[in-house]
Design a protein around this ligand. Structure first.
Ligand SMILES: Nc1ncnc2c1ncn2[C@@H]1O[C@H](COP(=O)(O)OP(=O)(O)O)[C@@H](O)[C@H]1O
Ligand SMILES: [Mg+2]
Length: 252
């Protein structure tokens, strides 16, 4: 059997007295696009943050390419974070840096690349997300869709093995969502391994290899889009899916 590129085992997180993540387990194979869905507060963001160790899980184990990552081993942790790119709802760009500088900075400061080489790579990644004409613009001069594409280019420049995307289109005006989804779709078609929380079920249903329904800190049900959206076993999954289908449109 194939070794999963990423293995998440029994990850839990508690804030104060509240268990926000209760033993989530997940195997991701190379090239997978797995989509997290579930109501607000289900723990989707916490799970993604735990996977990247942005938040330290209270329990659980995580392996990348068969190698376990330990939070306490800082050098391993930093190397791991470079390999697991994260895309946030609100872009997280530096406002005082141009698009090009935003993409370059990690390569120079974290990977220790020479400026020239980093510059070349940054231009390439920005071209790849369709921003060739906007290299020198600052975030304030870019639309939300363009900002999100800068943040994707920045993640790609670090050569990630896996990308985690936390509702990457939720902060965007409806007419800008498509351009960002198109970039993510192309990444998937190019073989990038991704876990993405989203309410875009049309996108999810045409591209995801697996849908993961979460509620109340638990993975309730997983399956193909067809199964989860139309033949879910759990009543809660069916209820949630019928609600988002109403809000975000049919998937077929
Ligand atoms: N830093 C934090 N401190 C305290 N509670 C948090 C924190 N982050 C998330 N939570 C709580 O954890 C629960 C799950 O949140 P989250 O992972 O953001 O869910 P989702 O992304 O599915 O909406 C929520 O009840 C939220 O209020
Ligand atoms: Mg969230």
């Amino acid at each position: 059997m194939e070794t999963p590129i990423l293995r998440i085992e029994n990850v839990s997180k508690r804030y104060g007295k509240k268990d926000v993540l209760k033993g989530a387990s997940l195997d991701v194979n190379k090239g997978d696009l797995k989509i997290l869905i579930g109501p607000s507060g289900a723990g989707k963001s916490t799970l993604l943050q735990c996977i990247n160790f942005l938040v330290k899980p209270d329990e659980g184990r995580i392996w990348l390419e068969g190698r376990e990552i330990h939070y306490a081993q800082k050098r391993d942790l930093y190397a791991y974070r470079q390999k697991v790119g994260m895309i946030f709802q609100d872009f997280n760009l530096f406002d005082h840096l141009s698009a090009l500088e935003n993409v370059k900075i990690g390569m120079v400061k974290v990977r220790g690349m020479a400026h020239e080489q980093a510059q070349e790579r940054a231009v390439m990644e920005l071209e790849r997300v369709g921003l060739k004409e906007h290299l020198h613009k600052y975030p304030a001069q870019l639309s939300g869709g363009q900002k999100q594409r800068v943040s994707i280019a920045r993640a790609l420049a670090m050569d990630p093995k896996v990308m985690l995307l936390d509702e990457p289109t939720s902060a965007l005006d409806p007419e800008l969502i498509g351009e960002v989804l198109a970039v993510i779709r192309d990444l998937g078609l190019a073989g990038m391994t991704m876990i993405m929380a989203t309410h875009q079920i049309g996108f999810a249903s045409s591209l995801a290899c697996e849908i993961i329904f979460m509620e109340d800190g638990r993975i309730v049900e997983t399956g193909t889009p067809e199964k989860i959206f139309y033949q879910a076993e759990c009543a809660r999954t069916r209820e949630f899916c019928s609600k988002i289908t109403e809000l975000y449109g049919e998937t077929r």
